[in-house]
Design a protein around this ligand. Structure first.
Ligand code: WT7
Length: 650
């Protein structure tokens, strides 16, 4: 990072103390940091006791063959039992586990007792289809209760699942089925998106024509939309025909703590997707603990809502495994935030009295763009904690979130983690931390992270470098499925004995951590490293800009030139002089070196389905290249729109 741009973000001086009542009743207090520091492994051994084990572990960490970790290796447990049955046994069977809200407005509440019956039946159904412990099952479903049931049923019988996001194409699905060598695919006829049924089954049919998918014996199909489906006799089975007739009781078997729980492919903006492998005991310990600590969950009174799709790790860890292991009541919403109107999310918060909301910066910025008046129409007073995840949150979006959604009273917790880390790693604690807009701040108790320079030296406070994790953690990935070498190369070879996260970061004068985006999102301009995130933040702090994406385009004079794509707020007109005004604004905020060479107002930005801006494509545009692979975009027509805006001389 250049010193000028570093200094700038460090200039963020707004501070928000935890509300007194929250601090006084917090699940986790400052003492946890001390305890974990004094005895890190003892701390995690204690957290493991949050779970119910069939055989209590006596070992905590086995790091004798780094970086291949074993946590709680001699313990045995069943994940589905921990997420469902034990709550029923504790007399909580009538508690609602899931308030399902379909996009068309249909609703369903599923209690823990009902969930236990559904998971049990689904486990028997998979067994009837010949699924055995260790077999992989691919899940390609919309956001419906059966998705949660399917994942838990797999966990219950020890069959690792590979959930593939329902927005992915047949190609992406086929690659993932092949890589994991899945034996069964669970899908639906379709789901509802943007006000209409959106088919899923045809993509499965197509994927299964591809070489490498021959080992799939059966396709289990949930009927959600009622749309027509092609049927392969002998292969395809309706969920309601097979699952509904199964016994409601099922005895969960205890598996080793290191038994594989799931494979999840990282969204892969570049290269072949990596199958991230997570296992049982350590994973469940960390997602359960972090969900309890970071959201201060009070299961008897809170209504929790994570807006992520279950096809991403956020959905795995903070819709399914974390919340359910903690006996939470949560909302599961099928659709998009603006169907049938831009207040849909806020209507849901009001309807269910949501107390904890967990979402992504991209969604927050979309809501900012739609206007403050939309959330203002709803009663959001039930909210008490707001979370953010997925990318750096600009201070402006953070403050907007707190002010317009959280009535300027709720803590905002910016949680940094990755598919690979399995659970949250760096985040404020809502009852402890004085928060700073835009910063994830400090590693959670029991987590060791720091920022290093190119030579692996820890940087002093006030400087930037690379984020690394310095000690193994319970929910860490165990390897890349079928590719130990790639696991070593990707994460453990950049620095000796340090996990390389691939994110740029810096420490401020208090030692708090600020995430600066992927290191490949750092531009080199006339010898200065400038982070795309900082220029984006500066642009978004201008009242006329709703969203910005910045890339470095090859430039003969300056190595790279900063090129910005901006969406104007509330459809603000693209007046004369605005581009100049924005360039001057960035210059004033970050220094002249960070002034974008070009700024292009656009209507939309290209995003992956997990909401990450695909800078690679914008770089193609900025450098006048033919576009690379667009298959992981939510909407590929966005790129045509952007290209049509380019001055032909560019
Ligand atoms: C990458 C991981 C973690 C679940 C969703 C994404 C970025 C994530 C933050 C945050 C800054 C963040 C990082 C990270 N990221 N959370 N709070 N602040 N950046 O999972 O798809 O595996 O992506 O998302 O760049 O490396 P993922």
């Amino acid at each position: 990072m250049s010193n000028e741009s570093l200094a700038n973000l460090l200039r963020e001086e707004r501070r928000f103390a935890p509300p007194a009542d929250l601090a006084a009743n917090a699940n986790v207090t400052a003492e946890a940091y001390e305890r974990a520091k004094a005895d890190r492994l003892g701390f995690w051994a204690e957290q493991a006791r949050r779970l119910t084990w069939a055989a209590e572990p006596t070992e905590t960490l086995d790091w004798s063959n780094p970086p291949f970790a074993k946590w709680f290796a001699d313990g045995k447990l069943n994940v589905a039992y921990n997420c469902v049955d034990r709550h029923v046994e504790n007399g909580l069977g009538d508690r609602v586990a899931i308030h399902f809200e379909g996009e068309p407005g249909d609703t369903r509440s599923v209690t823990y007792a009902e969930l236990q019956r559904e998971v049990s039946k689904a486990a028997h159904a998979l067994t009837e289809l010949g699924v055995r412990t260790g077999d992989r099952v691919a899940i390609y479903l919309p956001m419906i209760p059966e998705t949660v049931v399917a994942m838990l049923a797999c966990a219950r019988i020890g069959a690792p699942h590979s959930v593939v996001f329902g927005g992915f194409s047949a190609d992406a699905l086929a690659t993932r089925i092949e890589d994991a060598d899945a034996r069964v695919v669970i899908t639906a006829d379709g789901g509802y998106r943007r006000g209409k049924p959106s088919a899923l089954k045809p993509a499965v049919d197509e994927a299964l024509t591809r070489p490498g998918t021959e080992n799939v014996r059966n396709v289990l199909v949930v009927r959600r939309t009622g749309q027509e489906v092609a049927w392969a006799e002998g292969r395809d089975v309706w969920w309601h025909e097979l699952v509904d007739r199964q016994p409601e009781q099922h005895t969960p078997e205890a598996f080793d703590a290191e038994h594989p729980l799931f494979i999840l492919y990282t969204s892969g903006t570049t290269g072949k997707p990596k199958g991230i492998l997570h296992t049982t005991g350590g994973y469940l310990t960390q997602v359960s603990y972090t969900h309890h600590a970071v959201f201060d969950l009070k299961p008897e009174s809170d209504v929790y809502w994570c807006t992520a799709d279950v096809g991403w790790v956020t959905g795995h860890s903070y819709i399914v495994y974390g919340p359910l292991s903690n006996g939470a009541t949560q909302v599961l919403y099928e659709g998009t935030p603006d169907t049938p109107h831009q207040g849909r999310w806020w209507e849901i918060v009001q309807k269910y009295g949501v107390t904890i909301l967990y979402t992504a910066p991209t969604a927050i910025r979309a809501c900012m763009k739609w206007g403050d008046d939309i959330p203002a129409k709803f009663d959001l007073s039930s909210l008490r904690i707001l979370g953010s995840v997925g990318e750096p949150i600009n201070p402006e979006a953070w403050v907007w979130y707190r002010k317009h959604i959280g009535a300027d009273k709720t803590p905002v917790v910016d949680t940094w983690w990755q598919t690979e880390t399995g659970g949250m790693m760096i985040s404020p604690l809502p009852g402890v931390t004085e928060t700073k807009p835009g910063s994830a701040q400090i590693p959670l108790p029991g987590i060791s992270a720091t920022v290093v320079d190119d030579d692996a030296n820890e940087v002093p406070d006030g400087s930037g470098g690379y984020l690394v994790l310095t000690e193994p953690w319970p929910s860490m990935l165990r390897t890349i499925w079928g590719d130990d070498q790639r696991y070593l190369d990707t994460y453990w070879s950049r620095f000796a004995n340090r996990y390389f996260a691939g994110d740029g970061a810096k420490k401020d004068d208090d030692g708090d951590i600020w995430l600066l985006g992927r290191v490949d999102d750092v531009m080199l301009v006339s010898g200065h490293n400038i982070s795309t995130t900082e220029v984006e933040s500066a642009l978004v702090s201008h009242p006329k800009v709703a969203e910005a994406a910045v890339v470095g385009a090859t430039d003969p004079q300056t190595t790279q030139a900063i090129c910005a794509f901006v969406i104007l707020r509330g459809g603000a007109a693209e007046e004369d002089g605005l581009v100049e005004e924005l360039r001057a604004h960035v210059s004033k905020h970050l220094g002249p070196i960070a002034k974008p060479k070009r700024i292009l107002p656009v209507a939309e930005l290209p995003k992956t389905r997990s909401g990450k801006i695909m800078r690679r494509l914008l770089r193609d545009v900025a450098e006048n290249r033919t576009l690379g692979d667009v298959t992981t975009l939510t909407d590929s027509s966005v790129m045509e729109l952007i290209q049509s805006k380019l001055p032909s001389a560019a």
